[in-house]
Design a protein around this ligand. Structure first.
Ligand SMILES: *[C@@H]1O[C@H](CO)[C@@H](O)[C@H](O)[C@H]1NC(C)=O
Ligand SMILES: *[C@@H]1O[C@H](CO)[C@@H](O)[C@H](O)[C@H]1NC(C)=O
Ligand SMILES: *[C@@H]1O[C@H](CO)[C@@H](O)[C@H](O)[C@H]1NC(C)=O
Ligand SMILES: *[C@@H]1O[C@H](CO)[C@@H](O)[C@H](O)[C@H]1NC(C)=O
Length: 350
């Protein structure tokens, strides 16, 4: 975009253009280029990131590793992993930032033997559901009650706002990137509903903060599920439904069928509480997605376009709620159409 007059005939009108207009034009061009570059560098390549699935069962690969490596054994965990500091604690396990062969890794230790069943269930799920949607398992030792997984320095989705607020991440704090995160999230739910272990329900999600803490933000700004300690199986053909825990649930984050249906006058009894299916996960998607979209320029525009699909997710009748796949398709359509609109607006400005 040459701003200098090309010849004598074209120079007079140019002289009448106030410098500020030239500046604005230059800024528009810069914005356009920036947009195209961001689109190229921050959205396109991460989709092609290597999938841990490329390794055979019982093996892993992470970061810059060329080859797949076998899951670490008890012996290797005891001798090769150095525990550095505690970075998290849940009901079932404590998580320590640790070091293995000069790489940062996450070592989880069972907190109390009472929780051993949950711990083993989580480990079983982790082993069987290794994929791009799930944190990479590096090793485990049932005798020591330890599990070693890939470490993601950006932490869980609980700290998403604080992370994206950092100046070095301002460039990725856009509605496009945030909608992509929502797609990752719904992609995980879809995967769990069609997993190699059947239809799995994400039960550790009775409120928004709890739900967010189950997922990690990778350095590539994608989402992996980290905690698989409560993933009961729904088997529609066998009529097997689930209940998330044995206690009464409250509030409107959980699906209506998760609430005690017999009124305040009848005391809660677990054996009388009806069970339900994976559509409880669908009910929660609008709240999680809305959190992920945040409050940046364009977030409300995206929310507006997702209004109808999110309304369907909030249907009182579970069977009327869309599948995770239908939601994913709608998100993709909205992403494509809004991206095209923004791109053509940018071209018009040029
Ligand atoms: C991020 O992407 C790069 C290549 O694009 C890949 O090598 C790396 O494993 C990815 N990291 C994570 C944490 O997914
Ligand atoms: C990776 O595997 C290839 C072929 O199996 C082998 O030649 C190479 O030495 C391995 N590299 C490492 C770092 O283990
Ligand atoms: C984001 O950063 C600004 C200043 O840099 C600060 O005032 C604000 O509280 C931060 N917000 C969050 C959610 O961390
Ligand atoms: C679901 O139940 C059917 C019938 O009982 C059974 O054949 C099938 O293996 C079950 N599926 C899973 C994933 O357990």
């Amino acid at each position: 975009m040459e701003m200098k007059p090309q010849d004598g005939r074209r120079s007079p009108p140019h002289r009448e253009v106030p410098p500020v207009v030239g500046l604005l034009l230059a800024m528009a061009v810069m914005n356009g280029l920036l947009y195209l570059c961001l689109d190229r560098f921050f959205i396109a390549p991460r989709r092609s990131a290597l999938d841990p699935q490329h390794c055979p069962y019982g093996h892993f690969r992470m970061g810059q590793m060329n080859n797949c490596s076998a899951w670490l054994s008890c012996e290797e965990l005891r001798t090769e992993v150095r525990q550095l500091k505690r970075v998290g604690e849940g009901a079932v396990k404590r998580v320590f930032l640790s070091e293995w062969k000069e790489r940062k890794v996450a070592l989880s230790r069972l907190t109390s033997l009472e929780m051993k069943d949950d711990f083993l269930h989580g480990l079983q799920m982790l082993k069987s559901l290794q994929s791009k949607h799930v944190v990479t398992l590096l090793g485990f030792c049932e005798d020591d009650n330890t599990i070693l997984t890939e470490y993601h320095p950006l932490g869980s989705l609980s700290s998403l706002e604080a992370t994206l607020n950092l100046s070095k991440y301002q460039a990725v704090n856009t509605w496009q990137q945030r909608l992509q995160l929502a797609m990752d999230y719904v992609g995980i739910i879809h995967y769990l509903h069609h997993s190699p272990l059947g239809t799995r329900v994400m039960c550790d999600s009775n409120d928004l903060p709890k739900t967010l803490s189950q997922y990690l933000l990778t350095s590539n700004f994608s989402i992996v599920v980290n905690d698989l300690d409560a993933l009961p199986l729904v088997n529609h053909s066998a009529g097997a439904l689930v209940k998330c825990g044995h206690r009464e649930l409250h509030g409107d984050f959980v699906a209506p069928e998760q609430l005690w249906p017999y009124g305040e006058d009848v005391p809660f009894r677990d054996d009388l509480m009806p069970s339900y299916d994976e559509k409880i996960d669908i009910w929660k998607i609008p709240d999680v997605s809305s959190f992920l979209l945040g409050h940046v320029e364009g977030s409300d525009m995206v929310r507006f376009h997702l209004f109808d699909i999110h309304k369907a997710c909030k249907s009182q009748t579970p069977a009327e709620r869309p599948t995770a796949q239908a939601i994913l398709d709608t998100y993709q359509k909205v992403l494509n159409s809004l991206r095209d609109t923004v791109t053509s607006q940018t071209r018009e400005m040029l």
